[in-house]
Design a protein around this ligand. Structure first.
Ligand code: G3P
Length: 226
């Protein structure tokens, strides 16, 4: 399963990349707005930091197909290969996906709340679809179940489209999809930190160090003990 950062703050991204095995960065207009910098200024900084091989997912703003296509042209031109154009799976969005797929763009269908949106986006040529797990839960539906069913629809219909699950609020949601073999998850820095945070593990590691120092002396490790 690919693991991506859902954020546009370069400092946050750098901190996460230093420790975690990360495959790329996803953004959306609200994430860009929260970061307060001009969109292409920060997106180019992110591209430079993650390199040309990593995936960068950037969303169109226009709500009609022709406008989405123009947004996609600019995004691709400014940010280069391995940039995925995020298009909301609306009726106009499906039209844009069909056009952009024919032109060879990589498409991530986003704002996915239903299985049928995902199915149609896959048929329209999306490489990824992004179901919003936690937002679906907040509607009183089941985000994990919806996402798993989308995965099954793709498998049972022989689509090459992959699931890029988004909108997570806790580790359990990520774990459930990881166990199911979902293609990719994009996770905010806070939730990413939570994937490894465990006081019991930290205490066990401290106890190992304390026992070893009891044997060899304070500050000793395998690098400098006798
Ligand atoms: O890009 C969509 C996804 O990141 C939404 O996440 O946390 O705003 O529900 P959230």
């Amino acid at each position: 399963m690919k693991l991506m950062i859902d954020d546009a703050n370069l400092e946050n991204i750098k901190k996460i990349y230093e420790f975690f095995p990360i495959d790329g960065v996803t953004t959306n207009p609200s994430i860009l707005a929260k970061n307060k910098k001009q969109p292409f200024e920060v997106l180019k900084e992110i591209r430079e930091f993650i390199g040309s091989e990593a995936q960068l997912h950037v969303q169109v703003i226009a709500e009609d197909a022709d406008g989405m296509r123009q947004d996609a042209d600019r995004i691709q031109k400014e940010l280069g290969n391995n940039t995925y154009i995020k298009i909301p799976a609306t009726k106009e969005g499906l039209k844009a996906m069909k056009m952009l797929y024919e032109e060879g763009f990589f498409i991530t269908a986003t704002a996915i709340y239903t299985q049928m949106q995902a199915f149609l986006a896959a048929k329209a040529g999306a490489e990824y679809v992004a179901p919003y797990v936690n937002r679906i839960d907040n509607l009183g539906a089941n985000g994990i179940r919806t996402t798993k069913e989308i995965y099954d629809i793709f498998k049972n219909n022989g689509f090459k489209t992959k699931v890029l699950a988004a909108s997570f609020k806790n580790s359990q949601q990520v774990l459930e999809l990881c166990t199911y073999g979902i293609g990719a998850c994009t996770v905010s820095p806070d939730v990413l930190e939570g994937l490894i945070k465990n006081d019991t593990v930290a205490m066990a590691v401290k106890a190992f160090a304390r026992d070893f120092e009891g044997l060899c002396g304070t500050g000793k490790t395998m690098a400098n003990c006798n």
